[in-house]
Design a protein around this ligand. Structure first.
Ligand SMILES: [Zn+2]
Length: 424
């Protein structure tokens, strides 16, 4: 296995042009994680797409370059529905006033490579300075940088003084840093959605409740009115956009789900009644258990301000409880981590937390990061499973992810939209 791995890595050093035909051979292909066991097969990739799945011993197309992955388990490229690709963890409030958005793009390029090397070939970025994640998105799409496909929201739409607003500084500093992303009343909130659409976002993010890491001490319950959230969702849908709602407190979760948000992010204090509503409406739950791991790693170490410490301890107390109950209640689950609150590249550690804290099977956790997330994003015709005609987003792992969720933390091979990713 080791020698074979080295050969694979050597091959990967020379990134192919997209015109090349690549044959990916394995004794363990799990093309659709929803059912069945891995089988021997050879995937044929031409350009960005899978063109055929052949028997493992079939003759290869003329001129095809063979990548033999031995007994590594080959799965669809993983999807993280909640990242902050331009952010790194543990930056104090001073960071916001000292680091310009131009540098966020460079930090994001570093994080994009760490993310795709972890086997994640698609991410939804739910909160970055205007245009930064979109610049990365476009560069990766054009092949200028290695990284995952990015769907970006830009700054979250927030109430004045809410989780997505600037707070904790003197008023004139707040004024200078304000991103124009707050709104009051349905009309102003509709305008913010339209402005985001004009800038070219792929999705809308709102902060339906307070948040743990912002310097505001206004709790973790509902911030927007129901009328504001309805206006945001209705406007987004009219422009072909879905709304992801950051929400910790149950009042905000219920309000966002009732307004028609596609997903609830975090869902920390979700109650049974709200789970019933989400199941009935098909609202996705993105549990981000790794965000709480990030808090556990940093709380009590003088990294957070006192305002943040209080909220962090509340979130840690509730860690995983809502997911376990939501799984039993039949709420649809999409994989998301909040990478940026912890170190990018550790995204795959979420799988073991979903199994151990949330009571999911390893298979259900893998489905949430492939077919599940792809369906939530509206991309299931292109990604989420491996089949002829689909985009060649492919990850391979040593071991059996259906038995051990930790197998999904260290890929041995990644292909993103037909490009082999250099792994070191
Ligand atoms: Zn987040």
């Amino acid at each position: 296995m080791r020698r074979r791995l080295m050969a694979v890595l050597a091959l990967a050093m020379a990134t192919p042009t997209l015109a090349e035909t690549v044959a990916i051979r394995t004794t363990r292909l799990l093309a659709d994680p929803r059912a069945g066991q891995p089988v021997p097969a050879t995937l044929i990739v031409e350009g960005q797409r899978i063109t055929a799945i052949l028997a493992v011993d079939a003759a290869l197309p003329a001129g095809a370059r063979l990548v033999d992955l031995g007994s590594a388990t080959v799965v669809p490229g993983l999807i993280d529905s909640h990242v902050h690709i331009t952010s790194d963890p543990g930056r104090g409030p001073i960071y916001a006033v000292t680091v310009p958005p131009e540098r966020h793009v460079a930090i994001g390029a570093k994080n994009a490579l760490l993310t795709v090397r972890a086997g994640f070939t698609t991410v939804r970025d739910l909160g970055s300075a205007p245009l930064t994640a979109m610049a990365l998105r476009d560069s990766i799409r054009e092949g200028e940088l290695p990284g995952p496909r990015i769907l970006a929201s830009g700054p979250a739409i927030s109430i004045i003084g809410g989780h997505g607003d600037v707070s904790g500084f003197r008023p004139e500093v707040v004024e200078a840093l304000s991103g124009g992303n707050t709104c009051t009343g349905p009309e102003q909130c509709m305008a913010r959605v339209r402005e985001a659409a004009r800038r070219g976002v792929d999705t809308i993010k709102i902060t339906a409740t307070g948040g743990v890491l912002s310097q505001q001490a206004r709790g973790l319950e509902k911030h927007f009115t129901d009328a504001e959230m309805r206006a945001i969702v209705e406007t987004a849908i009219s422009l072909g956009l879905k709304v992801a709602a950051h929400a910790h407190g149950d009042s905000g979760i219920a309000g966002a789900a009732a307004a028609g948000a596609v997903s609830i992010e975090h869902g920390t204090f979700m109650r049974a009644e709200t789970m019933k509503l989400m199941r009935a409406r098909g609202t996705w739950f993105v549990p981000t258990l790794m965000a709480t791991q990030g808090l556990v790693d940093r709380v009590g170490k003088s990294i957070y301000t006192p305002v943040v410490e209080v909220k962090a301890r509340q979130a840690i107390d509730a860690w995983g409880k809502a997911l376990a109950e939501a799984v039993r209640a039949g709420v649809p689950i999409a994989f998301g981590t909040d990478a940026g609150v912890f170190e990018h590249g550790r995204n795959g550690e979420e799988f073991a937390l979903m199994v151990e804290k949330g009571g999911m099977t390893p298979r259900a956790a893998l489905v949430s990061a492939t077919v599940g997330a792809a369906t939530m994003l509206g991309l299931d015709a292109e990604i989420g499973t491996l089949a002829p005609g689909k985009i060649a987003d492919i990850a391979a792992f040593a071991g059996d992810p259906l038995a051990d969720p930790r197998a999904l933390t260290k890929p041995v091979f990644v292909m993103a939209a037909g490009r082999i990713i250099p792994m070191n």
